[in-house]
Design a protein around this ligand. Structure first.
Ligand SMILES: [Mg+2]
Length: 501
């Protein structure tokens, strides 16, 4: 008789999505039940809007060079080559020495460049490993956004170019000037205007974005946009991303219940800034387009505001809000520390990172075998060394008691053990060289200069560490949520401590 199967219907939505390519999965640090989320908020730049990184870097470098020359840097820097493929997120700038560094999760520097020249292991050891460095001091600057990558490419390129011509470079001044000029290029509209004049060149339109937002809305979630960008830019960009995508939505604004521009994150999370409403129809009676607002309504556009008023006027309970952003500090860390908001981080590099990890699986397996083999050789070495010591004591005793023949035999024995010690040492050296070569091969597959974004040697990188600490989940793009149920229970892999493995 056929048995009746008890279908696990309530759990169907949380079955692992085996069919989703790894590059498009949502990865989970802390369990997140989407059924418990009422509000889903989005940052815009590098979150809803995925930029072409190389194009944006070139634009930013271009816009900045003129400003640097105007500040007295030699005009020749405009003709130098700048490698936009050089920087990654999570690097640390040493403004005093002109070095660019990558740290592991313990804030120990493991890789470094001066300009584009790799620092030798000895240089790194003597400069950064012999004492604890303090990344939060003014000497250092932490590169934690994609927006800041062009600053690193510029910094390295100018140092390289000027020093090749024998010039002395004031690294601190160079970096501060680059920082200020990049900001200026964004503030004075140079960058924004050029993006808007050819959006298709700088922004990748993701055709799955609209259906993703629609799916969340259909499940009863309310959506909000919370961006630091100005209204005019936001409007153009969002129209490009969502305009005309689905007939149910006459304009991009219809996807969102609340729209807040010029939000000044992270201050939005930390300070009680006033909420303003923008008059987008241009009917401002007193000539101003902004007026104070006391509550948030669908269909309107706001600026500024703050976390407390946001939650109070919407009746949104912090732990029922999921905020999706790309900036570890402004979007993720601050919202995590100042509020109970759940966080999802968009890391567009994850597609390349996961692909490199998959392509390295044989090498990573070989590396862990090499580690096990090294442990074994260390055991052998210790055993041989103990035997050597023991034989030495026996030889001394034989000499003292005048047992010449026994002494000779023991000497021969000891010489054999010594050869074994040397043989094991040789094997270890060979294995170390092999391991280093293998590690370098794996690193190059991730990134030609820095290796993996999230890892460093056997540890997490300092960037990976921050992602783990502050992002509940992370994924390469917003539309990856389309592959999952809007009621998905995102479960973290069970945490293992070293003694459990
Ligand atoms: Mg952003």
């Amino acid at each position: 008789m056929a048995e009746q199967l008890a279908l696990p219907l309530p759990d169907l939505t949380s079955l692992p999505r085996v069919g989703i390519p790894r590059t498009q999965r949502v990865y989970v640090n802390r369990n997140l039940k989407m059924s418990g989320i009422d509000w889903v908020g989005f940052d815009m730049d590098y979150t809803l809007a995925i930029y072409d990184q190389d194009q944006m870097d070139r634009l930013s470098i271009d816009a900045t060079l003129d400003k640097l020359v105007a500040r007295g840097w030699p005009a020749g820097i405009k003709d130098l080559p700048y490698n936009t493929g050089f920087p990654i997120r999570g690097l640390l700038i040493d403004k005093r020495l002109g070095h660019i560094l990558k740290m592991d999760r313990y804030k120990v520097v493991q890789k470094g460049y001066h300009g584009m020249r790799a620092l030798a292991r000895d240089e790194i050891r003597s400069l950064y490993q012999s004492r604890k460095i303090r990344p939060a001091t003014p000497r250092y600057y932490w590169i934690d956004t994609l927006y800041a990558l062009s600053e690193v490419a510029l910094f390295a390129g100018v140092i390289d170019g000027l020093e090749a011509q024998g010039a002395q470079v004031d690294y601190l001044k160079l970096f501060e000037d680059i920082r200020e000029c990049v900001d200026e290029a964004h503030r004075d509209g140079t960058v924004v205007d050029r993006v808007l004049s050819n959006i298709g060149r700088f922004v990748r339109r993701d055709t799955l974005l609209a259906p993703t937002l629609h799916k969340l809305r259909s499940a009863g979630k309310r959506l909000f946009l919370l961006t630091n960008s100005q209204w005019s830019y936001t409007n153009e960009l969002m129209r490009y991303l969502l305009g005309g995508a689905m007939p149910e939505y006459p304009s991009w604004r219809h996807y969102f219940d609340i729209v807040i521009c010029a939000a000044s994150k992270p201050a939005f999370f930390q300070e009680r800034r006033p909420l303003m409403e923008r008059d987008i129809e241009g009917r401002g009676s007193n000539g101003s387009h902004l007026r104070p607002a006391s509550h948030l309504e669908r269909g309107r556009v706001y600026e500024g505001g703050n976390l407390l008023d946001f939650e109070r006027t919407l009746g949104a309970s912090g732990d029922r809000v999921l905020y999706i952003g790309d900036h570890i500090y402004g979007d993720i860390l601050r919202s995590k520390k100042e509020s109970a908001w759940r966080t999802s981080m968009i890391i567009q590099e994850m597609e390349a990172e996961v692909a490199a990890h998959e392509a390295s699986s044989d090498d990573l397996h070989a590396l862990s075998e090499a580690n096990a083999r090294r442990d074994q050789l260390e055991d052998e070495l210790r055993a041989h060394q103990a035997l050597f010591k023991d034989l030495t004591r026996q030889i001394e005793a034989a000499v003292e008691s005048g047992q010449t023949q026994a002494g000779v035999e023991l000497e021969a024995n000891r010489a054999r053990v010594k050869r074994s010690v040397e043989k094991v040492r040789g094997l270890m050296r060979g294995l170390d060289a092999e391991t280093m070569e293998l590690e370098a091969t794996v690193d190059r597959r991730f990134h030609p200069f820095w290796g993996s974004l999230m890892k460093e040697s056997n540890e997490m990188s300092s960037f990976g560490d921050q992602v783990e600490a502050y992002a509940c989940v992370y994924t390469s793009r917003v539309s990856n949520f389309l592959h999952y149920s809007p009621l998905q229970h995102f479960r973290s892999p069970r945490d293992l401590m070293p003694h459990e493995m």
